[in-house]
Design a binder for this molecule. Structure first.
Ligand code: NAD
Length: 502
């Protein structure tokens, strides 16, 4: 069976095989078969990765930003060259269809493109003549070794969001990807080395809680970026912060799509089908809740949604005509179907039922059919929690005020969208809603790489976003220099009072 190993390179490399001896199985979600296994690492293995990173990082930080950018450019070209291979590998472990896997790689590459502009982005601030003979300037310096702990659902994009910014800023980086689909992160690290990066700059360690805890407690790792589910995000934030690290930890989501009575319903149905069911709903920016405003809007929307959802094609991840593939593991399939059971028991109307779905010829695959639930209410657990599957819930709002309140009061605050032709309503909504990322007639409002990404409430712990200038801020610390070059002797000021520029 194929073995996925750690990617530890540099003087302290040796055999990358884990000392823990534990492994985790990697499924092919389309066939339901185990296709590989990944070694799970421990603290001793992390120690080797840290030793390599410590060795290489000072020289990398001293490498001028233009040279650093060249590596990023070379890496970008290599990833583009290997895009099909990466997308197929990703799709075979995750289950998302190959076209969607291309998108996963592409959205990560866009942050690498931004990181290619590191010489411009790192230019500091300068004030000449802040006082007599006095200038003030500031610079951003790397932290040392950054670590990233990533989820299964974007095994290319999220690692690139993290290491692209961290490494361009002058840090070494240790990535701990999801143990469910770890092969693409390793391929990315190999390509990074091939692009000319020094050994030890980007390493991959695999593992579960044991490895994560070793990262959280390691004294030589000053910053950690995490993306995953909210309870674990909160744990990472608390334990990492208690160890005086800089931590950003992004969690789960339950994004709402508000549909105003004047919205173009055909467009909305098309957008919702993709945003709710694409990638089998396993996206933190999916739209699993639709909120039509007014009963009439709800009825009209439901009528159009039913045939659109019934027409979705579920297929294996290499099926070019499939709209979406299987979910990631058998446990996850059981969990999603369990939530549909719960919703039914809680009184939701199961309009389209995806439970028990099987695909001919792939009866062991982890498929869940598209599901539509209507008359979902805010007291239901199935509304309050993240389902992370191909399930769309209709929550009917009586008016605009209620439509603003629903996502604002939900425990998660990652993304939200409003569909309307009314500019005033859209503007009001965007400014008042208590959610981090807003789409106006855009169902999946993941900001472009030169803005930044981050949700609110239980979708994001810590106050600095990912990528863009925010990402750069996260992976660097600012140094402020005040210099005085007086013309000849002193300036006659009293050295015993705090200096002012007055
Ligand atoms: P997960 O929380 O199970 O795993 C995320 C990472 O944490 C993995 O690397 C995993 O190995 C590690 N981990 C798992 N259990 C742990 C434990 N007990 N202690 C320490 N570390 C542990 O998440 P997942 O199922 O891989 O990903 C799906 C979740 O991620 C969803 O909740 C989704 O909304 C969220 N997500 C959020 C964003 C965002 O930007 N907010 C983006 C993508 C995914």
């Amino acid at each position: 069976m194929r073995q996925v190993d750690h990617f530890i390179v540099g003087g302290a490399g040796g055999s990358a095989t884990s000392s823990s001896g534990r492994t985790h199985k990697i499924w092919n979600p389309s066939t339901g078969e185990v296709q590989a296994e990944v070694a799970l690492g421990d603290a001793a293995l992390l120690e080797r990765a840290v030793a390599n990173a410590k060795k290489v990082q000072p020289e990398w930080a001293a490498t001028n930003p233009q040279r650093r950018a060249r590596i990023m450019f070379a890496f970008k070209e290599l990833v583009e060259k290997h895009k099909q291979e990466l997308a197929e590998l990703l799709s075979s472990e995750h289950g998302k269809v190959v076209d969607d896997a291309h998108g996963d790689v592409q959205r990560g590459l866009e942050v690498i493109e931004f990181a290619c502009g590191i010489p411009q982005a790192l230019k500091g601030e300068y004030t000449q003549g802040a006082g007599p003979g006095i200038d003030v300037y500031s610079m951003r310096q790397p932290l040392g070794i950054g670590a990233g702990i990533t989820p299964f659902n974007f095994p290319a994009m999220i690692p690139m969001w993290m290491f692209g910014m961290a490494i361009a800023a002058g840090n070494a980086f240790i990535l701990k990807p999801s143990e469910r689909d770890p092969s693409v992160p390793v391929r990315l690290a190999e390509l990074f080395l091939e692009a000319g990066a020094p050994e030890g700059l980007l390493q991959v360690v695999h593992g579960d809680k044991e490895m994560v805890d070793a990262i959280l407690d390691h004294p030589d790792i000053p910053a950690i970026s995490f993306v995953g589910s909210s309870d674990i995000a909160q744990y990472i934030y608390a334990r990492g912060s208690a160890n005086a690290k800089r931590v950003q930890a992004f969690g789960g989501a339950k994004n709402h799509g508000i549909v105003m009575p004047d919205a173009d319903l055909d467009q909305v149905v098309n957008d919702l089908a993709g945003a709710a069911f694409g990638s089998a709903g396993e996206r933190c920016m999916a739209l699993p809740v639709v909120v039509p405003v007014g009963e009439d809007t709800a009825d009209r929307l439901r009528e159009k949604l039913i045939p659109a959802i019934e027409g979705l094609r579920v297929g294996i991840s290499t099926d070019k005509d499939a709209h979406y593939g299987p979910v990631v593991t058998p446990e996850h399939k059981a969990r999603v179907e369990g939530w549909i059971d719960t919703a039914e028991k809680e009184g939701a109307e199961v309009v389209i039922d995806g439970r028990g779905f099987t695909l001919q010829g792939y009866e062991k695959g982890f498929f869940v059919g598209p599901t539509l639930l209507d008359r979902v209410t805010t007291d239901m657990e199935s509304y309050k929690e993240e389902i992370f599957g191909p399930v769309l819930q209709i929550v009917r709002a009586k008016d605009f005020e209620e439509a603003v309140r629903l996502p604002s009061e939900h425990q998660y605050g990652n993304g939200v969208a409003i569909f309307t032709r009314n500019g005033h309503a859209a503007r009001e909504f965007a400014s008042r809603v208590n959610v981090g990322m807003v789409g106006i007639n855009v169902p999946i409002p993941v900001p472009v790489s030169y803005h930044s990404f981050g949700g609110w409430k239980r979708s994001g712990f810590g106050d600095i976003d990912q990528y863009g200038m925010e990402g750069l801020r996260f992976w660097t610390k600012s140094k402020k220099v005040t210099q005085r070059w007086p013309d000849g002797g002193g300036d006659g000021s009293n050295a015993f009072v705090i200096p002012t520029m007055g």
